[in-house]
Design a binder for this molecule. Structure first.
Ligand SMILES: Cc1ncc(COP(=O)(O)O)c(C=O)c1O
Length: 384
């Protein structure tokens, strides 16, 4: 089918919740994707921070193929080898002892919110202004933007917001009713916002002093994106719970809730479940992705190339007053401009480069962690 036929078919039958670009992607390899006309694009969106090991990495393709030929799905009524192994691997890499698997970021956060309520027997959750935690009603209740929340009120009771970075406001907000504070270690959708120095450590202290759980939403920052395995590892703290998704499965849908043992034990059989959560192919894909990140040193690469890209972008800022700020960690980079985000995205697309904006002002760069310096130079030269 042609692009025109497919886009018309979608317009007729798909519910209209996405603003799609006029592009039909058919194939991907590494940092490159190809459209239905055979045009090649350099992909600095990577499924919005999903394709961390690049498109169709041979390790992931091979692992998924092999698993698909053995067992595509079985219920959590039974034991699943790749699920247990993936939980072990995530525990090794993180603070966590126990893992629950779902299929997406919003589900991971739903599970985190439920676990926090169950473990503390409190109901209130404090989130941050600028946050994004997902679209299901619990996660949406912790999401800041009124455009997303407003049309769906009433939301889940017990959620409130404090200014991201303002420790005094948080201190005043936490009460005997607070179950948890939920934060992104670096805010993604909110504009790639890095918290002020000392803030995350101070949040941990407030939580410790008041018996409040600390949840980090690592859906976007996790799995090496920021130059550490997890965003929280940039700070001198350990959370009680994290949520993961996006790049965890290397492109295959998988989400996870990770918790300290004492917190995780609040859940007992029947408290939570997911039919597809921890599916054999999803977990096999995630294991192959993590192995690839380790083998190819992609966490370090993210740190080094992220720093390189930020420096190159800052040079544009030195010469152009319309650049306000370059920020981020590793290969999660925000480029704040004076209202030029759409123009930059459109111009890049004309030059066969895929970029993503999170607002009228801010471009978010989240390329595969396998990206090369030469590719970064190409993108930077398009902007500057
Ligand atoms: C920090 C964060 N949390 C949660 C989500 C929701 O993830 P999903 O779209 O997989 O439900 C996102 C998605 O962009 C995210 O960036």
């Amino acid at each position: 089918m042609s692009y025109e036929e497919i886009s018309m078919l979608g317009e007729k039958h798909l519910i209209n919740v996405y603003n799609r670009l006029p592009l039909l992607l058919e194939r991907g390899e590494g940092t490159r994707v190809w459209d239905s006309e055979g045009n090649e694009y350099l992909d600095f969106v990577a499924g919005i921070a999903v394709n961390s090991v690049g498109h169709c990495h041979p390790n992931v393709v091979e692992a998924v193929r092999e698993q698909a030929g053995k067992l595509i799905h079985c219920s959590n009524l039974y034991h699943i080898e790749s699920q247990a192994k993936l939980a072990e691997k995530i525990s090794e890499l993180s603070f966590g002892d126990k893992v629950f698997f779902g299929n997406s970021g919003t589900e991971a956060n739903e599970a985190a919110i439920k676990l926090a309520r169950r473990a503390t027997e409190n109901n209130e959750i404090i989130a941050a202004e600028g946050s994004f935690h997902g679209r299901s009603l619990g996660s949406l209740s912790a999401t800041w933007k009124n455009r997303y929340r407003g049309p769906f009120k009433p939301l889940v009771p017990g959620f409130s917001f404090v200014k991201y970075g303002d420790i005094e406001e948080l201190k005043n907000r936490v009460s005997g009713e607070t179950a948890a504070v939920i934060l992104e270690p670096i805010q993604g959708e909110g504009g790639v916002n890095v918290p002020p120095e000392g803030y995350i450590e101070a949040v941990r202290e407030v939580c410790d002093d008041t018996g409040t759980l600390l949840i980090f939403d690592e859906v976007q920052t996790g799995m090496g994106r920021t130059g550490r395995w997890f965003g929280y590892q940039h700070y001198d703290v350990e959370p009680d719970i994290i949520s993961l998704a996006k790049s965890l499965g290397g492109g295959f849908p998988v989400g996870a809730l990770v918790a300290r043992k004492e917190v995780a034990e609040a859940f007992t059989p029947g408290d939570h479940a997911s039919t597809f959560g921890g599916n054999p192919i999803a977990c096999t894909s995630a294991l192959a992705t993590i192995k690839t990140i380790e083998q190819e040193g992609l966490v370090e690469r993210s740190r080094e190339l992220g720093s390189y890209m930020r420096n190159q972008l800052k040079k544009i800022g030195e010469e152009n007053s319309w650049v306000y700020e370059v920020r981020g960690k590793g290969l999660m980079i925000g480029f704040e401009t004076d209202g030029k985000a759409q123009e930059i995205v459109d111009n890049a697309l004309e030059q066969n480069v895929l970029l993503n904006k999170v607002s009228d002002d801010v471009i978010r760069f989240v390329p595969p962690l396998t990206v090369t310096k030469k590719e970064i130079d190409k993108v930077v030269s398009l902007i500057g």
